[in-house]
Write a protein that binds this ligand. Structure first.
Ligand SMILES: Nc1nc2c(ncn2[C@@H]2O[C@H](COP(=O)(O)OP(=O)(O)O)[C@@H](O)[C@H]2O)c(=O)[nH]1
Ligand SMILES: [Mg+2]
Length: 353
């Protein structure tokens, strides 16, 4: 293992990135700017055991598209500087929304750790996570943290070092707790685990187009080495303007154009929308399997009431009973005011005459 590990902290704004960055680096920080843009670049050092970690606080982003300077900086840092580990700081109390970035990091194929931060808030909201299962879905070790209390920092560092050492590659097949006590997620992904874990799949039509472009990318030496071929194929189909400008091969561009046209015709929506929709579908499926919430329990109580009130046998009598009650209330409670109004108009009539 390298004696120095580069770690990039990614995450949605307000997920607690800076808090965790400060916890890990203390006063050993350096603040600069990314070249050419006014996006702040914060770096710091952290010593864990005898391993030195260089930690970079990436700008907060919801996605890895080419829409904003922040997203471009975050994405290009990961692609160009190839940090040994990317830690996605997730606001676990808003899990589904935050996992959108995690899916994209997973697709990018980077060694990934997910910090489920704000786990105190998530708990207060009644969420319970099956982190082992989520870890298999997202191909990343997961650590629950409370940034502002410093909880989970040691476990996070263990997971980072474990990921830098063993990677998140499929070659790691030991289906057991690792030496650091952090569950080695990759171990369970394909090889030894009996339960197959679905990988992010965009559906037959889109997958067919991805495969065609992916093949052309792999044959093209100028882009093949730099990018994960599947990721680039997806991004091109998403019509990512920066990457479409970067890829100059006419063969690839022609295939991308054809692919987008075909997909928009058969899907009836933009490829961008369809691809984002598939990502959200994946997240929602994973959460349905691995996140429990007491809000769900509240749901089931209201479901139970519904099942009585809406039932075929009791529904009508309950409805008629309620109507009778409304009728009674209207006339018994409505009687006195009706009398007052009657008297008032009688009096008014007398005055006019
Ligand atoms: N309740 C709670 N608050 C946190 C946690 N982590 C960070 N915060 C607070 O959340 C706010 C946003 O954190 P910050 O680190 O600035 O987020 P960033 O935008 O991702 O850099 C700050 O007020 C932190 O003190 C946590 O685990 N639980
Ligand atoms: Mg910040």
């Amino acid at each position: 293992m390298k004696s120095k590990i580069t770690v990039a902290l990614a995450g949605n704004p307000n997920a607690g990135k800076t808090t965790i960055f400060n916890n890990l680096t203390g006063a050993r920080q350096h603040v600069g700017n990314y070249p050419g843009v006014t996006v702040e670049r914060k770096e710091g050092l952290c010593l864990h055991g005898n391993i030195e970690l260089q930690i970079v606080d990436l700008p907060g982003t919801y996605s890895l598209t080419a829409y904003s300077a922040e997203e471009m900086v975050a994405r290009n840092f990961i692609i160009d500087e190839r940090p040994d580990v990317v830690v996605d700081i997730i606001d676990a109390s808003n899990l589904e929304r935050n996992l959108y970035l995690a899916v994209q990091l997973m697709e990018l194929g980077v060694p990934l750790v997910l910090a489920f931060n704000m786990s105190d808030m998530a708990k207060a909201r009644g969420y319970e996570f099956d982190t082992e299962k989520l870890s298999r879905f997202f191909r990343a070790r997961i650590v629950q943290t409370v940034g502002n209390k410093g909880t989970g920092m040691k476990e996070l560092l263990d997971a980072i070092i474990e990921t830098a050492t063993n990677g998140t590659s499929d070659t790691n097949h030991k289906d057991e707790k690792s030496s650091t006590g952090v569950l080695s997620s990759r171990a369970n992904i394909r090889g030894s685990h009996h339960q197959a874990v679905p990988i992010m799949n965009y559906g037959w039509e889109i997958e067919k187009e991805i495969a065609k472009i992916e093949t052309l990318i792999q044959e093209n030496r100028s882009v093949a080495g730099k990018y994960n071929a599947r990721w680039l194929a997806v991004k091109l189909l998403e019509n990512d303007r920066e990457l479409r400008a970067k890829v100059t091969s006419p063969k690839i561009n022609e295939q991308v154009k054809k692919g987008i046209e075909h997909l928009e015709k058969v899907l009836g929506e933009s490829t961008e929308t369809a691809i984002a929709g598939a990502r959200y579908g994946f997240i929602s499926g994973a959460c349905q399997e691995a996140v429990r919430s007491t809000i769900e329990i509240r749901h089931t109580i209201s479901d139970r009431i519904d099942s009585v009130v809406m039932s075929r046998v009791l529904g009508m009598p309950i409805f008629l009973g309620l109507m009778y009650l409304v009728f009674q209330l209207t006339f018994t409670l409505g009687d006195p005011p009706m009398e007052w109004i009657d008297n008032f108009f009688g009096w008014l009539g007398g005055m006019v005459q």
